[in-house]
Design a protein around this ligand. Structure first.
Ligand code: ADE
Ligand code: ZN
Length: 318
């Protein structure tokens, strides 16, 4: 079966071995003894525990070559997982904050994405993400710098710490990106409750909600998402690892399918959460005993929820 992967942070594909290789190449000392020490820390109490390690490891990504290599390694692995379309997130703002230029970051990533179809049979698009724990003005400056590179963007997204950081201040930037012809998404309802999903829809007018699993706590919201075919990009292994749900058995994926939601399965930060898209599909199949038809629904949902043109979607769905 073939899938579109719609919720994937490129920096979250940095495998521990690759992080240490890049640290050596770039003469950077990571705050971990070795690969095993780093891996031993992948037992998180919450989203912030993970983000602290995720941002620390970004330090090793310095050159365009580093970003191209990271992106290409993900595309190769995603192709093996059955991914034919990848709409990937890039935390450009986090790299700017540590002194790596937008040209370096976007140049390297776009070099690999340009070849994604010919090298891996994966069509791709780039969504630059902004950090909701920082002021919206910082995000606006990062957006300006990303645009100035001339690298083609598919959309913008919002991520990082959720609870206590409202979406409303980002509304002008989301409006601006739409006027620039870009698609818009946002993480919501991962650690925050259903009100964060409402807020992303109302204030940011997003086309897709990333995670959105806590929408299930609000029947009115579920009906709204279902009736308007608003996609949700669930990431089951991530949600379990980050304790957004207490266990896979408690994950709402199966209930989301039963409710007729346009839910998709994605890997989020696969190097940190124990697996890529195929591993996520295997995990939900084994937990919920999904039928062949339900897996096909997840595959078709992912194509429908992508930002491909209607003609491209029809071709993949056939
Ligand atoms: N950045 C990278 N992964 C993330 C996640 N799962 N939630 C919020 N921000 C992120
Ligand atoms: Zn995410």
């Amino acid at each position: 079966m073939t899938f579109a992967e719609l919720h994937l942070h490129l920096e979250g594909t940095l495998e521990p071995e690759h992080a240490f290789q890049l640290a050596e190449r770039n003469h950077i000392t990571l705050p971990w003894r070795d690969v095993d020490d780093l891996r031993s820390r992948y037992d998180y109490g919450c989203l912030q525990d993970f983000l602290d390690i995720y941002y620390a490891n970004m330090e090793v990504l310095r050159t365009g070559e580093d970003f191209a290599e990271l992106t290409d390694a993900y595309l190769a692995r995603a192709a093996k997982a059955g991914v034919v379309r990848a709409e990937v997130f890039l935390d450009v703002q986090a790299h700017l904050a540590r002194g790596v230029s937008a040209e370096t970051v976007l140049g390297g990533v776009s070099e690999a994405l340009r070849e994604s179809e010919s090298n891996h049979g994966v069509s791709s698009g780039l969504i630059v993400t902004f950090l909701r724990h920082l002021p919206a003005e910082d995000a606006e400056r990062a957006y300006d710098q990303a645009l100035a590179t001339g690298v083609e963007l598919l959309g913008i997204g919002l991520c990082s710490s959720e609870v206590g950081f409202p979406a409303a201040p980002f509304a002008p930037l989301w409006e601006r990106a739409r006027a620039d012809g870009l698609h818009t998404v946002a993480h919501a309802g991962e650690e925050g409750d259903a009100s964060y999903v409402w807020e992303a829809l109302r204030d940011l007018k997003v086309e897709r909600v990333d995670h959105g699993i806590r929408a299930m706590e609000d029947p009115t919201l579920v009906a709204h998402l279902r009736d308007n075919r608003i996609p949700l990009t669930a990431c089951p292994l991530s949600n379990v690892r980050l304790k957004a749900v207490p266990s896979m058995a408690a994950h709402p994926l199966s209930a989301m399918l039963d409710a007729g939601l346009l839910v998709t399965v994605n890997s989020d930060d696969p190097a940190y959460f124990g697996g890529y898209l195929d591993d996520n599909i295997a995990a939900v199949c084994s937990e919920f005993g999904l039928t062949e038809l339900q897996v096909a629904t997840l595959a078709n949902n992912s194509i429908e929820a992508s930002f491909l043109s209607p003609a491209e979607k029809a071709q993949l769905l056939s």
